[in-house]
Design a protein around this ligand. Structure first.
Ligand code: UDX
Length: 441
């Protein structure tokens, strides 16, 4: 190995903070950069501004080594880095399916202006295919004359809740490059990961951009596929959990991302499939991915169906019905409420006149700020006291382990909708509960 490159990570949200911390732990000198002084201040003093198991311990360790610093200054970044990773968000645009590239463009422009020596700018954000080519041109136009700068793409596949492990031990690395030099730089930056035997796919820019959206579209499609089967099950009295189990033993299908229920949410899958549809239409190949519209529609119908089940259990009318919603986060082990199916259902119930109390082990703070109209409980049994219907929306272990007898003693009526197939219907029915779940008789 040659001398280790110095790394900057621009954007210290989920992806960027995790990447910066992990790279420092792997032995690199890393500078984390963000326009938000509050975030930079918190990270610099050892506080991770979001919920991610294992990351606070790793941040402490990285800060201790002295290899990790944080700044709001792009001037520092330009001076410091050999390789600059761009990790800013690409949310869905207001009122459109398209991705909002304001942050990416802003970060790349600001960085390019401050480059003072040979550098590789590496995009990690999820972007519409073609963005890297446009940014290549932007970087070259904006960097001071005579600065040798190149652009590469290195998509990131980390899952919230497993971010550290996914970063330190990824399934694969994808390098979209425009020259052997760029590939060399990326191989140097990921040397400790590559040495573990991680497969590396070296390809061009558009392929590297597409890998990410293609992967997320496949995963979303797999979830909606099993949820579509749940709809068919509902019409026939079949049981989607048995169906999914039987399918999962076929190696070609596999059981991962085949869990039926309320469907997918979060900051990635929903907006990624929409942005992909939008981009494909712009490119004149919308038909090739028109099924993604259906994937999205199936996913939305699961939310509506869950509300229907609660209404049915409540006797047909939600007005004044006391509902306890178990879960707010888009998935367990996360405090992320972006496009959370749980909160979507809770808000729809609230709008239909139900009195909804939400309880979640990690996400009530975020949920309360976003949706102050809902009521929030602090513990499960307290939140369930006097409830007419309980609905499980996020499959936290704490909810899986609820004792149906203990909860039965505090509710007004023993009625439960299991939106995530997290509970054992035999046990709950034996305890006198009316139990309903999506795709099950
Ligand atoms: C996802 C991708 O997995 C990751 O590779 C990418 O980098 C970012 O997007 P994440 O959003 O953290 O990661 O969550 P993930 O674990 O993929 O779950 C997404 C949603 O799908 C959750 O709402 C989850 O509840 C739901 N899901 C997942 C199901 O409904 N059924 C399943 O079988 C799996």
């Amino acid at each position: 190995r040659g001398p280790a490159p110095r790394l900057t990570v621009i954007g210290t949200g989920y992806l960027g903070a995790t990447h910066a911390i992990c790279m420092a732990v792997l032995g690199f000198d890393v500078l984390g950069v963000d326009v938000d002084p509050d975030k930079i201040e918190r990270l610099g003093s050892g506080e991770v501004p979001f919920f991610e198991p294992g990351l606070p311990e790793l941040l402490a360790k990285a800060l201790d080594t002295g290899r990790l610093r944080f700044t709001t200054s792009f001037e520092d970044a330009g001076e410091f880095g050999d390789i600059h990773f761009v990790c800013v968000g690409t949310p869905q645009q207001q009122g459109s399916y398209a991705a909002d590239l304001t942050y990416v463009d802003g970060a790349v422009t600001e960085l390019a202006r401050h480059l003072r020596r040979r550098a590789l700018v590496v995009g990690k954000s999820t972007v519409p295919v073609g963005t890297a080519a446009r940014l290549t041109e932007l970087v070259q136009r904006t960097a001071p004359a005579g600065t040798d700068v190149e652009l590469a793409w290195n998509p990131e596949f980390l899952r919230e809740g497993y971010a550290v492990d996914d970063t330190l031990r990824p399934d694969r690395l994808v390098f979209g490059t425009q020259s052997p030099w760029a590939e060399e730089q990326l191989r140097a930056a990921f040397a400790p990961v590559i040495e573990q035997g991680t497969p590396v796919v070296v390809t061009d820019l558009p392929t590297a951009e597409l890998v990410k959206v293609a992967a997320n579209s496949f995963l979303a499609t797999k979830i909606s596929y099993i949820n579509a089967m749940a709809e068919v099950c509902e019409a026939t009295g079949a049981d989607v959990t048995g169906l999914a189990q039987a399918l999962s033993y076929d190696d070609r299908i596999g059981g991962r991302f085949l869990r039926p229920g309320l469907g997918f949410g979060g900051g990635c899958l929903p907006k990624d499939i929409r942005a992909f549809s939008h981009r494909a239409e712009e490119l004149g190949v919308g038909q090739a991915v028109s099924f993604l519209r259906e994937v999205d529609a199936i996913n939305q119908r699961r939310r509506a169906r869950t509300v229907d089940l609660v209404r049915e259990l409540a006797g047909g009318d939600l007005a004044g019905v006391r509902v306890t919603a178990l879960g707010a986060a888009f998935k367990p082990n996360s405090d992320d409420i972006r496009d959370a199916p749980a909160l979507d259902v809770a808000r729809t119930l609230h709008r239909a006149g139900a009195v909804v109390t939400v309880v979640d082990p990690a996400a009530t703070g975020n949920a309360r700020r976003a949706y102050p109209e809902l009521t929030y409980g602090t513990d499960v049994l307290g939140a369930a006291a006097g409830a007419d219907v309980v609905v499980l929306l996020t499959e936290w272990t704490e909810f899986r382990e609820i004792d149906p007898q203990a909860m039965g003693a505090v509710v007004a009526g023993r009625r439960i909708v299991d939106g995530r197939h997290a509970l054992d219907p035999v046990r709950w029915r034996a305890a006198g509960w009316e139990y309903r779940a999506l795709g099950r008789p």
